[in-house]
Design a protein around this ligand. Structure first.
Ligand code: NDP
Length: 244
């Protein structure tokens, strides 16, 4: 199945590292004019050195007002991937309000903020569009020490459904991908202790965690016309974890 995005403009948030970087690189390969938004200049510089065609944009999505302006100034976007995400780990009883706010700000409110600007542009242009939110299995499973992260991704899944409901009439599709542990910097932070990752891995029938490429392939499919009738869905990438 060949997917190509020639003539399309894409925006990927959190494109400096990990999953977002993989998605941005693949979109360029598929012919999209791709804007890579992230908050560390060195990551954007190395991405630009690797993929000359990419358009880097330095922005911290937690700064809502600046982000709104930055995204508005990008002009029309056909494909949006809300990927930027963070986690903070602590027991529920000790979790700080500041950490809770930070996680909700990046994983949930920034998605609302950016999607609203981009979707308004899509509606005005009248050509439709596709939005993919990078969620997590944590949206529907309780994970130790992940109170804010789980809540942020559950809220994100709800937003995906409401956006799909309201934007369908404008031919804008909105879906999410919900992976389990995917080996990136974030996963190393949360799961590098074998005492944590071992029991999780043991519950996965396929006996392995997710690769960045697995997420990239599903995101590209959801962005493309090959999934033209799919909207409001959460595509779980978990090697069968949710069967147990
Ligand atoms: P990484 O930490 O490897 O990369 C995240 C990227 O997002 C970095 O480039 C980071 O920039 C950027 N980012 C974070 N906060 C901001 C911000 N405020 N403004 C702009 N950019 C920001 O994470 P992953 O690639 O692992 O995660 C990507 C997405 O996938 C997240 O939404 C995450 O929740 C989700 N996910 C990840 C899983 C995993 O196991 N890895 C599993 C399921 C879902 P910087 O480094 O400069 O902060």
């Amino acid at each position: 199945m060949e997917i190509q995005f020639r003539g399309k403009r894409a925006l990927v948030t959190g494109a400096g590292k990990g999953i977002g970087r993989g998605i941005a690189k693949k979109l360029v390969e598929c012919g999209a004019e791709t804007i890579a938004l992230s908050r560390t200049q060195a990551d954007l510089d190395s991405l630009k050195a690797e993929v000359a065609g990419i358009i880097p944009v330095l922005c911290d999505v937690e700064d809502f007002e600046t982000t709104r302006k930055v995204v508005q100034d990008l002009g029309p976007i056909h494909l949006l991937v809300n990927n930027a995400g963070i986690t903070r780990l602590d027991n529920f009883l000790d979790f700080s309000m500041k950490d809770f706010d930070d996680v909700l700000n990046v994983n949930t409110k920034a998605v609302f903020n950016i999607s609203q600007v981009v979707a308004k542009g899509m509606v005005e242009k009248g050509e439709g569009g596709s939005i993919v939110n990078v969620s997590s299995v944590a949206s529907s499973r309780a994970l130790d020490q992940h109170i804010a992260y789980c809540a942020s991704k559950a809220a994100l899944d709800s937003m995906t459904k409401v956006m799909a409901l309201e934007l369908g009439k404008h031919k804008i599709r909105v879906n999410s991908v919900n992976p389990t542990v995917t080996w990136t910097d974030m996963a190393a932070f949360a799961w590098s202790d074998p005492a944590k990752s071992g029991p999780m891995l043991a519950k996965i029938p396929m006996g392995k965690f997710v690769e960045v490429e697995d997420v990239v392939n599903t995101v590209v499919f959801l962005l493309s016309d090959k999934s033209a009738i799919t909207t409001g869905q959460h595509i779980v990438l978990d090697g069968g974890l949710s069967t147990s």
